[in-house]
Write a protein that binds this ligand. Sequence first.
Ligand code: HMG
Ligand code: MG
Length: 284
Amino acid sequence: MEAGFCEIFEVGPRDGLQNEPRDIPVTEKIALVDALSAAGFGRIECASFVSPKWVPQMAGSAEVLAGIKRKEGVRYSALTPNMRGFTDAVAAGADEVAVFASASEGFSRKNINASVAESVERFAPILEQARHDDLPVRAYISCVIACPYDGAVAPAAVAKLADRLFAMGCYEISLGDTIGAATPDSIARMLLAVRDVVPVGRLAGHYHDTGGLALDNIDTSLSLGVRVFDAAVGGLGGCPYAPGASGNVATEVLAAHLAKLGYHTGVDLEAVKSAAAMARAMRG
Ligand code: HMG
Ligand code: MG
């Protein structure tokens, strides 16, 4: 049974490694990205130009982008919280960048020291410059179901922010269940609200697997038309400012699941498994 194309956006080298306690050498990060390039992903997030005081694990991002073997057709992405991060990401050779906001005020304050409205204001010059440079900008919305500080998040709050970021020019909105609190029902309520304001083809699911329901949430999202999912090899991941959050859904598990459902993902399952082994070994 052929169910069509479903893309896995690999975020392990960024979302995964940003939360690891071990000081991971740049050479190991480069080796992981190279293994992922060989595995067939079209987009790999491998850098984050945030303050090293806030996330020391991402301090070597420019060296990572400089050291990887770039595979033709693959876009190497970087997280950028402000104009400074954007400038550094472009100088380092990122093919696309991602801005990140939260649907809840509590997480926004803790993660980027700004209100939701202030964070969106910071993104405006990034989007303007990116348009000028012809560089794609993705957007993350965190806490689309629940916030570790504020509790449950209303689907309307997610839809309002998604609408705004899409109108500003973000080409895709990745919806983050940052603390893995979602269930198929809450994911469906959130997606139905967001789908009303942003075309479903421009949405991605970014589900952490804390509650063990990430695959069920992905099945629900597939049934509602979402065809892009973020995942991290080896199930790495988490955010230093989201206490209790565990890893992203593991890429090797998601790739096998999608293959079983008949989706074509373009990734080589064996190569993904060996990248996952490499990622797990990096945990220390
Ligand atoms: P701040 O302290 O409010 O801002 O931080 P500031 O302007 O006062 O800057 C503080 C220091 O950082 C200054 O250095 C700046 O120069 C420097 P100092 O003068 O003290 O020596 N600085 C920078 N350095 C490097 N690159 C930059 C940069 N900007 C300022 N771009 C700031 C505000 C946004 C910078 C900070 O809060 C920050 O970096 N936060 C990032 C937190 C983060 O990366 N969290 C994890 C990613 S989000 C996530 O994982 C969720 C996601 O996966 C989706 C999901 O699961 O929900 C995406
Ligand atoms: Mg995340």
